[in-house]
Design a protein around this ligand. Structure first.
Ligand code: NAD
Ligand code: MG
Length: 290
């Protein structure tokens, strides 16, 4: 990790703040570290091509920027209302000399999920890496108030879109390709107010292991990353209870939330040729939650 990474911002209490879902990273205080200047690449993804969902902000953004630092070209998906965050990422990636295409759209729509892959293929040819980092999380303390619409949207975004995207990408993924999903500490240790979200993360983790078995014979590796508390828009745009924001992440062994840039290394490793013998694995990046 670079000495430039600013971790001190996580040891103080965060200021109370909230935004409408999905939120903008540029409006957060403090602004999360996306690794634009702190991540140091070593050409570990040279000539690779990655499709990354949730690439405008938080973890997906840090992954996109790290991949560019490592020599990969990227296609990024996000929601249309996040265009300004996505344009910032595009600028960083172009300044690193890599190719980038922005494809905004709603992953809850099966037809769009398919189109995202098609647009990526027409941009840079067949991808080698599929990073699935988009996610919806809305806290709801009482199951009596958990609406059918929220459950459908959370499951469609977090689970169904994974199947749609992987189905669309498979004809284009050759041997040594890497699919990386994003589960959560919530998959194993669900919070009482994340009944729907935590369930989707358990499903993602399970589905990752299932698909790793199905796709191994084609040389396609399927792995996952399980973040703990990370300072991103998801948390301040309804994902976390408002009263938990100031002390967010302090219950970890390291006593602070993680920065998105601290997740990038795991996604780089799983996508790289160094991980050629790793499949059906989930890597915890959670500050030591017990
Ligand atoms: P984030 O808000 O920066 O990223 C989530 C992204 O999901 C958004 O930027 C948005 O572009 C995308 N998204 C949501 N609904 C979408 C839809 N319908 N169509 C297309 N895109 C959609 O937050 P983040 O924390 O970086 O989240 C990234 C992933 O990490 C998510 O899967 C989340 O569940 C997971 N995660 C986050 C934490 C954390 O503490 N932040 C912990 C565990 C897991
Ligand atoms: Mg976003």
């Amino acid at each position: 990790m670079s000495e430039k990474m600013n971790l001190s911002q996580n040891s103080a209490n965060y200021p109370n703040q909230s935004q409408e879902e999905p939120g903008l990273q540029s409006l957060m205080s403090p602004v999360p570290d996306d690794g634009a200047t702190s991540y140091i690449g070593h050409e570990r993804l040279k000539y690779k091509k990655a499709i990354i969902t949730g690439g405008d902000s938080g973890i997906g953004r840090a992954v996109a920027i790290a991949y560019a630092h490592e020599g990969a070209d990227v296609v990024l998906n996000y929601l249309p209302e996040e265009e300004s965050d996505a344009q910032e990422v595009k600028g960083v990636i172009q300044s690193l000399g890599r190719e980038v295409k922005l494809v905004p759209g709603d992953l809850k729509d099966e037809a769009f999920s398919k189109r995202l892959v098609e647009e990526a293929v027409s941009f840079f040819g067949d991808p080698n890496i599929l990073v699935l980092a988009a996610g919806k999380q809305q806290a709801e303390v009482d199951i009596a108030s958990l609406s059918t619409q929220q459950m459908q949207d959370t499951y469609a975004t977090n689970v169904f879109s994974l199947v749609w995207l992987i189905k669309a990408a498979l004809p284009h993924l050759g041997p040594n390709s890497s699919i990386i999903t994003t589960n959560s500490i919530q998959a194993d240790q669900p919070s009482p107010f994340l009944v729907d979200y935590a369930g989707t993360k358990a499903a993602i983790k399970n589905m990752t292991f299932s698909l790793s078995k199905q796709l191994a014979s084609r040389g396609i590796r399927v792995n996952s990353v399980a973040p703990g508390p990370i300072w991103t828009p998801l948390q301040i745009a309804g994902g976390q209870l408002q009263e938990n924001i100031p002390s967010f992440g302090k219950n970890t062994l390291l006593g602070r939330a993680g920065e998105p840039a601290e997740l990038a290394g795991a996604y780089v490793f799983l996508a790289s040729d160094e991980a050629s013998y790793i499949t059906g694995e989930s890597i915890n990046v959670n500050g030591g939650v017990r």
